[in-house]
Write a protein of this length. Structure first.
Length: 626
């Protein structure tokens, strides 16, 4: 035996240096993050004499498990499986904590007392933090609650100061290989053959496929030709990542954007309006990670996958060794009958070209300061702006805003306009899938309006997208309405007649009544409940509505403005011009009609969403975040 294999300690005798080094490694890993960065399996195996590698639980795994439990608790789903996994993590943390404590005891035999005193004081705080974490996990396992989970998630961040807050879609969490227990996880569906015989349903309108004047005109503009129709949709409609049918065909045309469901609805509307039998196809599509990054705008594989998953698109990651090679995800496209065969067409998948913008912060700071000194003057509470000075400064900048900001444009490829390429794209050759003539209810974003008194109105969002949704009050009885008419309307009521009039809440879609509520006195409060049901975030057997309550004052008029991912500025301007024209046509002593009031309320809501969209778009391009 070599003398270098041992280290002499007077009070204990000889202790192998190898064990001391292993114990020190254990302490270092434990100190990095108490109970989180944990002992490498190979080191723990060596220490215990076991050749079997032990499982490693990292911080991200614990955070993901806690967030999974939180999400299911919030949705009202059982969390038995997740709690069992959390208990395994807790046990592993406990075991490593015990090993670290034992290692410290062994290490104390090899370190002088004066050095050990300082070390033990520092290590005691680490051990206390680890014990606190395990104690909190025990409480969650016994009686899980969202507040407890939030507290532990904050504790994890405190214990590891190097963990930075996540920047949305810029530095997302790396998806791991563990089975996703969320209800929106990708699931393989039974294989169904496509290409069933043509039926009348393949030419019919549906709630989300409508033959509006704009769609009929667009189909005629494209010569009712299947190739021209497909090519125009593919190269003009921007892709937006979200799950399920939200816009429908007409709103997709208005917004010039949509996801796979809505672009397919729009394509089907053009095809069917042209007399071409067509239907939806749904399947599980595989895509290379480079193509997914280009399609979504994510600059890293992790960012592209995060964009899909955070928008509730069921997605599974394909790994090659430790690298992300691609994804498989739930997708909808179209097949059209050419008189002989069904042809596959995917309008939503397209290639993008990105142009990096100029850095707005490269503008000369001195020039900006001079601008403010010369163009903006203050006197008391009055601020004056020299517009000419601002215009002069603007002329020194790039000619267009798009030159400053990052641009994303659809790449137009001439070869894809030819019939042989209609079935290409990410679907490749024909693959087994399921097909349907109308969008299944399970894939539709649903809207529910619970009227005061309990009556409900439920509809797919795509059926009312772009329409005016109003909540108005009308006189409950004919006699009351006759009296209001005799005095010139509700605004001319005076006390005590106001207390005698009874009102009835009515929900209208584009001015047509669809639901009524309970009768109530004038100027009294009621409550309206609005709920949304989004596919991909709930168990179909146990749908969970996202609901909110809004107070109503009887006699007022209200508008329910619902955004569908993007608000078209062109549509807002068009509706604004129509509203202005109707007002300009009033006599000088005339009053706004109820219809005009409802339209102005609708425009106010659309303007709000339009401003939010524009600001979000500009800011995201400026800071380079999807």
């Amino acid at each position: 035996m070599k003398s270098s294999d041992y280290h002499y300690v007077a009070r204990q005798g000889y202790i192998p240096i190898r064990n001391v080094l292993i114990a020190f490694v254990i302490i270092c890993f434990s100190l990095t993050f108490p109970g989180m960065a944990l002992i490498p399996a190979v080191v723990a195996a060596e220490l215990s004499g076991s050749e079997e590698a032990l499982p490693i639980y990292e911080k991200e795994v614990l955070q993901k498990t806690l967030n999974d439990i939180k999400g299911k608790l919030d949705a009202g789903f059982p969390v038995t499986t997740e709690l069992s996994f959390l208990e395994d993590i807790r046990n592993e943390l406990n075991r490593h904590l015990t090993e670290a404590e034992n290692a410290v005891a062994e290490l104390s035999l090899t370190i002088p007392d004066i050095d050990m005193t300082e070390f033990e004081a520092e290590f005691a705080e680490k051990l206390d933090n680890a014990r606190r974490l395990i104690y909190e996990l025990d409480n969650i396992i016994i009686n899980p609650s969202i507040d407890q989970i939030d507290s532990v998630l904050k504790l994890i961040e405190i214990l590891d100061p190097e963990v930075q807050g996540e920047i949305l879609a810029t530095k997302p969490e790396l998806p791991n290989r563990t089975v996703d227990t969320k209800v929106n996880a990708f699931k393989v569906r039974p294989v169904k053959a496509t290409g069933a015989p043509v039926t009348d349903a393949d030419l019919a309108e549906t709630p989300e496929i409508v033959f509006t004047e704009a769609i009929i005109a667009k189909a005629a503009e494209l010569n009712h030709d299947v190739v021209d129709i497909f090519t125009w949709v593919k190269f003009n409609i921007d892709y937006e990542p979200y799950y399920g049918s939200m816009k429908g065909s007409n709103e997709t045309l208005v917004d010039m954007a949509g996801n796979d469901c809505d672009q397919s609805s729009f394509l089907l509307a053009l095809l069917r309006a042209s007399g071409i039998p067509s239907r939806y196809v749904r399947g599980d599509v595989e895509l290379k990670i480079e193509d997914l990054m280009n399609w979504t705008g994510g600059k890293t594989p992790e960012a592209a996958i995060a964009i899909m998953q955070r928008n509730k698109i069921p997605t599974t990651i394909i790994y090659k060794f430790d690298a992300i090679e691609g994804v498989i995800f739930d997708h909808i496209w179209v097949e059209a009958f050419d008189g002989h065969n069904w042809r596959l067409m995917d309008p939503s998948f397209k290639e993008y070209v990105y142009t990096e913008g100029l850095n707005p912060f490269d503008i000369d700071e001195e020039s900006v300061r001079n601008l403010f000194d010369t163009a903006v003057t203050t006197e008391g509470n009055t601020v004056s702006v020299d517009q000419e000075a601002i215009n002069t400064f603007s002329q020194s900048l790039p000619e267009a805003t798009d030159e400053i900001l990052r641009k994303r444009e659809i790449f137009v490829s001439e070869k894809n306009t030819l019939p042989p390429y209609l079935a290409r794209g990410i679907t490749g050759d024909r693959k087994p899938a399921e097909e349907f003539s109308t969008m299944p209810e399970s894939m539709q974003v649903q809207v529910k309006v619970v009227m005061p008194g309990g009556s409900e109105y439920v509809t797919p969002l795509s059926a009312i997208a772009g329409k005016r949704v109003s909540l108005i009050y009308v006189a409950a009885y004919a006699g009351h309405q006759a009296y209001l008419d005799s005095i010139g309307g509700i605004y001319n009521l005076v006390w005590p007649y106001t207390a005698a009039i009874r009102m009835n809440p009515v929900l209208q879609i584009d001015g047509e009544p669809v639901a009524e509520g309970a009768i109530i006195g004038l100027a009294q409060y009621q409550y309206l409940q609005i709920g949304f049901l989004r596919p991909g975030i709930y168990d179909p057997s146990n749908p969970v509505w996202e609901e909110t309550n809004k107070p109503l004052l009887s006699g007022n008029r209200y508008n329910i403005c619902i955004t569908t991912q993007k608000t078209s500025t062109d549509e807002l301007l068009r509706l604004g011009d129509e509203a202005e024209a109707s007002i300009m046509g009033l006599p000088l002593d005339g009053y706004l009609t109820d219809d005009m009031i409802d339209e102005k309320l609708r425009l106010s809501g659309m303007l709000y969403f339009s401003v939010v969209d524009e600001l979000s778009d500009q800011v995201s391009k400026t800071v380079d975040v999807v």
